[in-house]
Design a protein. Structure first.
Length: 573
């Protein structure tokens, strides 16, 4: 009933007072959810109309009372609201302002002034409506458009937008801009081992730390997954990267606290690009920072690298090689070469190691040191590795049928290939398909296979051993070789890395380590193979310290299948 009386009062008052102002009459009568103040200048008198009591619990009677209304707004909006409510600018038909009030509501004030024939202000209508819901929806849309929902940092699009504005500003001010691509090291392992929720916690915690670095001249964005970007505007050309890097280093020295009182440390790799030195627009600067980060991340944890022109050249070359590598897989453009291994004592042929070769369109070989890391990075190594398995076993089966010589075929297995759930099944299918004795197949694995889940790796190795397949640990002595591996791994052979052999003659510590490895491996009942033997002196020494087998240029370089056939043919004779 009160609402109905309000509307009747409204209509009656407006009929009397606004009979000559059809526009203002329609505005008031058509918006029953609003509150109105109707002011007559000649009488300095306000009338409160509409849902005034819904909005305010005090009356407005005269112009001086407007300050009661103005003081309901938050401090930062008072000046703007005061200017609008007292506005008598006849050149503006109406003025609209939005203000957040002390009670956290958002109100829109629309002020319309009419003028008499003598050009004097005669009437003023102040329409007030609640726009809290619309404002909230607008803020939510703005947040979705500009911010990352997981971390609360700027998203990629908004970061690029601000960076573009900074570049234009820097051109005028002769300023510089540093852009940092910050990537968590080994985040995938954390996410896989601890779960996605824990992974999100880490991303949020690190993002919160980075957000505290923001200032007028520093912005931070979460681009995706484990990648953040930070931009520094240097108005005087000074570079402030070192200060930010120190803060990141200090924070990552301390663990992040997670749910369940779990503590998790992280490290990051950072690539830095600069305007105008590295690039001239926002997207190019971002790309340069990402390139240097991805190219240099192997330099270690909490590492930082700065963009230089040769890095871009290397990156472009790698992209070209990757594209050609994909074509090579489709075109079956790979070859297998084989390097012989000989018994150190009798010089009897022990076996051969299959080594992949890729001959480019120009007829020249592309170094495995170049294309294998790229294949591993892109996951192409699995396809390549599977081809090596089948081609190697197929050729070996043909040799065995022709010559009947029971030598060992060593095949290198990548970590990605080994991790595939169907790896063992795939290998056994090939052995059955080509009717090869599994006891003559040797799989060479490196420490990278062992890093993530040692127990799972060992279980798979034991399965392979049950079928008679030999296991060889390759490149022992490099990286972080651990004696605990030897104790827990079901290996048959250990290969001593070439880096040991290169210095074994002239370096006493190397000799001590080499002899210790050979003696220990023998006691474990395993064979040893020395890689990279190039001189007679190295051969004689290794033979003297009871190394079982020799592989290297001294006794045989990697050769095509025809070269192995010649060796087998001479043995048969």
């Amino acid at each position: 009933m009160n609402e109905m009386h309000y509307q009747l009062d409204l209509l009656t008052a407006m009929n009397q007072k606004l009979m000559g102002n059809e526009k203002m009459f329609r505005m008031i009568c058509g918006t029953s959810s609003n509150a109105f103040l109707y002011y007559i200048f000649s009488e300095d008198r306000f009338e409160m109309l509409g849902l005034w009591q819904h909005y305010f619990d005090f009356p407005i009677r005269s112009a001086s009372d407007l300050h009661k209304l103005i003081n309901c707004a938050k401090a930062e909006y008072i000046s703007e609201l005061e200017e609008a409510l007292f506005c008598e600018n006849k050149h503006k038909e109406s003025q609209i302002v939005e203000c957040e009030m002390q009670d956290k509501k958002w109100l829109e004030f629309e002020v319309t002034v009419t003028y008499s024939e003598t050009d004097e202000p005669s009437e003023k209508i102040i329409r007030i409506r609640d726009v809290t819901k619309r404002k909230k929806q607008t803020e939510e849309l703005k947040y979705m458009a500009y911010y990352d929902s997981l971390t609360g940092l700027y998203n990629r699009n908004y970061f690029v937008r601000i960076l573009s504005e900074w570049v234009r500003k820097a051109q005028t001010e002769k300023a510089t801009i540093d852009v940092l691509c910050i990537r968590m090291d080994d985040f995938k392992r954390i996410n896989d081992s601890m779960g996605m929720i824990a992974g999100d916690e880490i991303l949020q915690a690190f993002g919160l730390f980075l957000r505290d670095l923001q200032s007028e001249d520093i912005i931070v964005s979460h681009f995706n997954d484990d990648i953040y970007y930070l931009a520094i505007y240097n108005p005087y050309g000074n570079h402030n990267v070192d200060a930010v890097y120190r803060k990141i280093g200090q924070r990552t020295e301390q663990p992040f606290q997670m749910m369940g009182n779990i503590e998790q440390k992280i490290t990051v790799s950072i690539g830095v690009a600069n305007y105008p030195e590295s690039a001239r627009n926002s997207l190019e600067i971002i790309n340069c920072a990402e390139i240097v980060q991805s190219q240099k991340k192997e330099s270690g944890t909490n590492s930082i690298a700065y963009f230089e022109a040769p890095i871009l050249t290397d990156f472009i070359e790698n992209i070209q090689i990757e594209n050609k590598l994909k074509e090579a897989i489709e075109d079956h453009a790979f070859e297998l070469y084989y390097q012989p291994q000989y018994d150190a004592g009798s010089k009897k042929l022990r076996g051969v190691e299959a080594l992949i070769r890729w001959r480019g369109q120009d007829g020249k070989f592309v170094s495995p040191a170049v294309f294998i890391p790229l294949a591993e990075k892109d996951g192409l190594i699995v396809q390549i590795g599977n081809w090596v398995l089948e081609e190697g076993i197929r050729v070996y089966a043909d040799w065995y049928r022709k010559y009947g010589y029971p030598m060992v075929l060593s095949l290198n297995i990548s970590a990605l290939q080994y991790k595939k759930a169907d790896f063992v099944h795939h290998l056994l299918v090939l052995i059955e398909k080509y009717q090869v004795d599994p006891a003559l197949i040797e799989l060479e694995i490196t420490e990278s296979v062992l890093i993530e889940d040692f127990n799972s790796v060992v279980d798979k190795l034991n399965t392979l051993k049950e079928y008679g397949i030999k296991i060889s640990l390759d490149d022992f002595g490099t990286g972080f070789s651990s004696l605990s591996y030897l104790k827990g791994l079901p290996i048959d052979t250990l290969k001593i890395d070439k880096s040991f052999i290169d210095t074994v003659i002239n370096d006493h510590p190397t000799r001590v380590i080499t002899e210790s490895i050979i003696a220990m491996v023998k006691k474990l009942g395993c064979e040893t193979v020395a890689e990279g033997v190039e001189t007679q002196e190295q051969y004689d020494y290794l033979k003297a310290v009871n190394c079982d087998n020799i592989q290297g240029f001294l006794l045989g370089k990697p050769m095509p299948a025809e070269g192995v056939e010649k060796i087998l043919s001479s043995i048969k004779k």
